[in-house]
Design a protein around this ligand. Sequence first.
Ligand code: PLP
Length: 372
Amino acid sequence: MKIPLVDLQAQYRTIQPEVDSAVRGVLERADFILGGAVSEFEAAFAQFIGTKHCVGVASGTDALWMAMQALGIGEGDKVLLPANTFIATALAVSDAGATPVLVDMDPNTYNIDVEAAKKALVPGTKAIVPVHLYGQPADMTGILDFAREKGLFVIEDAAQAHGAVHVDGRCGALGVASGFSFYPGKNLGAYGDGGAVCTNDDNLAERMRRLRNWGGTVKYHHPERGFNSRLDTIQAAVLGIKLRHLADWNSRRRQVAAWYREELEPLRSEIELPAEAPWTVEHVYHLFVIRLRRADRDQVLKALHEGGVGAGIHYPVPIHLQGAYSDLGLGPGSFPATESAAGQILSLPIYPELTREQVAAVAECLRQILSR
Ligand SMILES: *Cc1c(COP(=O)(O)O)cnc(C)c1O
């Protein structure tokens, strides 16, 4: 038995004819840069998320970074973000020239702790970047209230949350702008890099359309200095096909999560199962993250791998303990909830094609390891 963390080959087999013909269409039209498939996908994705605009860019990292650039966030500015996230959230802030201000996580949801964010607020703070980590909405009611009161921009990192729904609305439509990643393993993944910014703000969308295309939308006219960061047309064609399946795939992920809950219930004295927050209407289970109550997580992970289960850790090293951010001067002990989780969490395989039998096999493998 071999059960990978994600199985992109299994997914391709279910959509091969549609994808192959969409890609061939681009090759035949040869409109490789900002071709028809890009604007078609942007329109469809904006409609799915419920925003007026979607601007396709080269990656999720660029999406967040470009939203900050377009909002005028840069040198001397501070931006609040969770310590428990993928490095790209922080890089987007520092690449824009601003300084990340890290915040501990809420131990229940693994998302940014809003009360801690309030305490972390420093002069010069321009924005807050909540991450809808693992596919679960962050506490957006609390974040939006806090941001309104303090005059902060809310830029959602929705890289793991395509389709997730919060009681206040769909993730990606709640802040002034949101960044999505189409990295292959994401809930909506391309066959290469890709990303997008969603927004309801006309000026912001217009500015990002320039920034991604050397600072202009008319060939050889550059009203401002920009970058080369566009969503590739072949990737957009693939994404256009995959978007039609996203709602179904997300509900299958929820089904897989429900099976795990059933199968793992007897192990509750050994593990914590992921909690759904009261504000969560739809968790899209980009990851299914359990937490061991015991201290030998790395041995358990190794044993799972030996048993053919492709488990992972998201993430083993919090942002403040990465060499990349040693200059923040935040040592061990700075964010106790994040640090303690980093030593105990374990991501089990989850993807739409996973079967009930495979879920049972993963649970059985884990049960045997924990009973040793
Ligand atoms: C994947 C991811 C990103 C970065 O997206 P890329 O497309 O890989 O640049 C940013 N934030 C989070 C939370 C992610 O999971």
